[in-house]
Design a binder for this molecule. Structure first.
Ligand SMILES: [Cu+2]
Length: 418
């Protein structure tokens, strides 16, 4: 029974967890040649949150009694008509005239966002993107609007409020429109269009979640000078070019999946599924092993999506570097050149990534993070078991119960996992 992620996320069971390192320490005043001094604060030795703020975005819908409304039977996805930030409706945030880091998580069930910063007159303002998913980028990227942000993607940005006046108001604005004019409804299939700032603020969209979604109020000067900075080099990517490519794999994310197993716990029904290396599109069974890269090796994986959809695909355990979109390295934007773990495929798009499978054996998941697609049943299991010692092969499938976990043999091991 693993098909309740969308409902749990929708109810608010989604959270953020900051991770620090020697370079990214959460203290902006320590200048030791290693610490990047990103906006954060200085009171504590690390992990200051004064100027390092998490923003959890999620759309909701309410019924006539003011209760959260959800439709579990729309397998395209669920789109709400009310934005929340950190689960607050119509929020504002008071800022000082200095730099802030915002860590932005799209914690929606099915909605994509596309954020930009507007000043009081509605003009787009500069944003510096410094991280994508779990890693700082090799270099910061200055943008007037962020890319579309799929479900579970994390974008870290720095906004410098020092050039604005006390009393001024700015807004984070959503430019991503999910209203499908053909079906005349909000659709979870994919973003219908991305609007300009003028269109988004001018009410051109029939999507109620397009437009201003977070207000910044510039209220005072900082008590002490802003010593934070955004260096030209953040964290370079690991160079994998000298590691041979052990194998290439191909995953096709599509509809009309079939199911070949019937385990009452591990096997689930579509309509969504994944085809591995040109095989059948299969609905999720986490007892089935679909791929088994060898420990320590590097592989190249290409992920492909169907035409009417956009799927943000989350690969667990190992982060990848994006090599190409639609077959071309030139299609990979600067803000996707760090290490990632959620990859928007875009409609009928492909994305090619490379990963080295380090540190641990074990079983891992790969799934669409449109959580309605994930629940119905766009998910597969892959594992690092090296065909035997020192690992168990295949790894037994854990069966969680309220009384504890038992284990059973896999229901299926695909030829692509041999
Ligand atoms: Cu999907």
């Amino acid at each position: 029974m693993f098909s309740f992620t969308s409902q749990n996320v929708y109810k608010g069971n989604a959270a953020m967890f900051n991770i620090y390192s020697g370079l990214d320490r959460g203290n902006e005043s320590i200048n030791d040649g290693v610490n990047l001094q990103l906006p954060s604060g200085s009171a504590k030795s690390w992990g200051n949150l004064d100027y390092d703020v998490n923003l959890l975005l999620a759309d909701k819908a309410f019924d006539q009694d003011g209760q959260l409304f959800f439709d579990i039977f729309d397998f395209d996805g669920f789109i709400g008509d009310v934005n929340t930030v950190n689960l607050a409706f119509n929020p504002y945030f008071e800022v000082e005239r200095r730099k802030y880091r915002f860590r932005i998580l799209n914690a929606s069930v099915s909605r994509f966002y596309k954020l930009a910063l507007a000043n009081a007159s509605g003009s787009p303002q500069a944003i510096t993107q410094i991280a994508n998913d779990g890693n700082l980028l090799p270099h910061p990227v200055v943008l007037l609007e962020l890319d579309e942000q799929g479900i579970a993607e994390r974008y870290d940005i720095v906004i410098d409020f020092s050039s604005y006046s006390i009393g001024e108001k700015l807004h984070l604005v959503n430019l991503c429109d999910h209203f499908d004019p053909v079906d005349a409804k909000l659709t979870g299939k994919k973003p219908f269009q991305d609007l300009t700032m003028a269109q988004a603020l001018g009410g051109a969209s029939l999507d109620p979640c397009v437009g201003r979604m977070l207000e910044f109020r510039v209220v005072r000067n900082p008590a002490t000078p802003d010593v934070s900075r955004v260096a030209d080099t953040l964290i370079p990517n690991p160079d994998l070019s000298s590691i041979p490519v052990a194998r290439e794999r191909f995953f096709d994310f599509d509809r009309d999946a079939i199911q070949t197993t019937s385990d009452p716990v591990t096997s689930f029904r579509g309509p969504w599924g994944i085809a591995t290396d040109g095989g059948t599109t299969l609905a999720a069974d986490y007892g089935r092993v679909s791929a088994a890269p060898r420990f320590g090796t590097r592989e190249i994986w290409t992920l492909k999506g169907g035409g009417g959809w956009d799927h943000p695909i989350h690969i667990h355990f190992e982060e990848g570097q994006v090599l190409a979109r639609n077959g071309s390295a030139a299609n990979v934007p600067a803000w996707e050149r760090g290490r990632k773990d959620v990859y928007r495929l875009r409609p009928a798009g492909t994305i090619t990534i490379t990963m080295q499978f380090r540190d641990w054996g074990g079983m891992f998941m790969e799934h669409c993070h449109n959580t309605v697609h994930e629940d119905n049943a766009m998910l597969l299991r892959w594992e690092i078991d090296d065909s035997g010692a020192p690992f168990l092969r295949p790894l037994p499938t854990p069966i969680p119960t309220p009384q504890g976990v038992t284990f059973e043999p896999p229901t299926d091991v695909l030829p692509t996992a041999l």
